[in-house]
Design a protein around this ligand. Sequence first.
Ligand SMILES: CC(C)(COP(=O)(O)OP(=O)(O)OC[C@H]1O[C@@H](n2cnc3c(N)ncnc32)[C@H](O)[C@@H]1OP(=O)(O)O)[C@@H](O)C(=O)NCCC(=O)NCCS
Length: 409
Amino acid sequence: MVLRSYDAARDREAVHRIWREVGWVEKGKEERMDRYVGCGRALVAEVAGAAESLVTSVPGSLRYLDEELPFSAITGVTTSRVARQQGLATRLTALALAADAAEGALVSGLGMFEQGFYDRLGFGTGGYEHWLAVDPADIRVPVRHRVPRRLPREEWRAAHAARLARRRGHGGVNLIPPEVTESEMTAGDDDFGLGYADAPGGELTHGFWCRVKDSESGPYSIEWMAYRTREQLLELLALLHSLGDQVRLIEVREPPGILLQDLIARPLQRRQATEKSRFENKMTALAYWQMRICDLPACLARTGMPCGEVRFNLKLTDPVERLLDTDAPWRGVGGDYLVGLGRISGAERGHDPTLPTLAASVGAFTRLWLGVRPAAGLAATDHLTGPPGLLEALDGALRIPDPHPDWDF
Ligand SMILES: CC(C)(COP(=O)(O)OP(=O)(O)OC[C@H]1O[C@@H](n2cnc3c(N)ncnc32)[C@H](O)[C@@H]1OP(=O)(O)O)[C@@H](O)C(=O)NCCC(=O)NCCS
C-alpha cells in the first residue's frame, strides 16, 4: 500500500475520478475541485499505480471560551469504487491528522458521514445542531431590512473574509483558506448570496449564501450566514422573511446562542399542518461534527475554565496510535497524565496515587473538555469511567457552554 502526498501533475485525473465516483464533482467543475484540493494538505493512496483514495485537510482556528486554538479540519475523505474496505481512508486520515498535529494543530475536527468510523481515529461526537425548515413568511423579527446587495460568486474572497470576521462563540471554527468558501459558492448554478457592506472600508459585514433546490418556490438552504452583531443577525432574518412571498421553505441552521423558534409565528400549528408535505415545517436535531484533542498539555495550558478546581489522574487511550508507525513524529495523546481543571488548567505526564483516576478515550475526554456533555452523561454512553465522587466533582465544576462550530465542513 503506497500512501503519499498528492501530486497534481500525476494524480489530477485519478482524483477527479474518485470524486466523480462518490458524487462530489460534476463534469466541467473539476477546476474548482483542483483549487479546493490544492489549498491545504492532500494525501493519496495508490492501488496498482493509480490514486484511489484521497484525504484533504486545511488549517483553521477553534474558539475555546475566549481563546483561539490552532485547528485542523479534515475536509474530505474519499475512496474510489475499486478500493473500498482496504483500510485506505482510515490510514490516510490518520496520516493527515498526524501531519497536522505535528505541525501544531491542537485540535482536529470533521463532519462525519456516519457515527463510529472516525471514533476509530479518536474523534468524539459533538452536540446537536438544529436545522429549522420554515416558511420564510412565518419568520417574525421586529426590524425591517434595508435593500441588500447581491453577493456575486466571484466575490468569494470578500465573502470568506466576512465569515472569518463573524461573531463566534464557544466552539466556533474558522477555516483559513478562502478556497473553502469558493468551493461552497460555486457548487450550484442557481445558488445566490445577499448581504450588506457596512464596514467603514466597504467590506461585507453580514450576509448569507443560499443553496437553491427549486428556484421558484424552494426549498432554499442557507449554507452559511455571517454577522458581527445581534442587529445584523435580525436584519438577515428580516431579509429571509422578505423572500416569503414566493418561497415556501427555507432550511437554516440555528445560530449559536439563539432559540430560532422564538422568531417563528405559530410553529406548532405550522408543524402539524405541513406534516409529510413537500414543504414540511420542522426542526431537526442531529449531531454530525466530531473533534479530538491532538495535544493535551497544550490544550489545557491555554484553556482555563471558570470553574472550581478539580485534580485527578487521567488514563487516556488513543486508538489512532495503532494506525501510525512507531517512529511517526506524532502518535496520538494516549498515556497517564496528572490533570488539573480550573481557572488555571494543566496536564503533565505522571500519576499521583493520592488522587482519583479518570479513564477515558481521547474522544470522550475531548467531549468533556469541550462541554458537549457532562462527565456523568459520558460515563453512561461513552468510554469514560471514574469513581462517583470524581464524576460528581467534574459535573459540579465544569460549566462550559454548548460548543457550536457554526461552519459545516
Ligand atoms: C467512507 C469511505 C471514505 C470509506 O473508505 P474506505 O477506504 O472503504 O474505508 P476503510 O477501508 O478505511 O474503512 C472501512 C472500514 O470501516 C468500517 N466502517 C464503516 N462505517 C463504519 C462505522 N460507521 N463505524 C465503524 N466502522 C465503520 C467498515 O466496516 C470497514 O471495516 P473493516 O476494515 O473491518 O472491514 C468511502 O466509502 C467513501 O468514499 N464514501 C463516499 C464519500 C464519503 O461519504 N466520505 C466520507 C466523508 S465524511
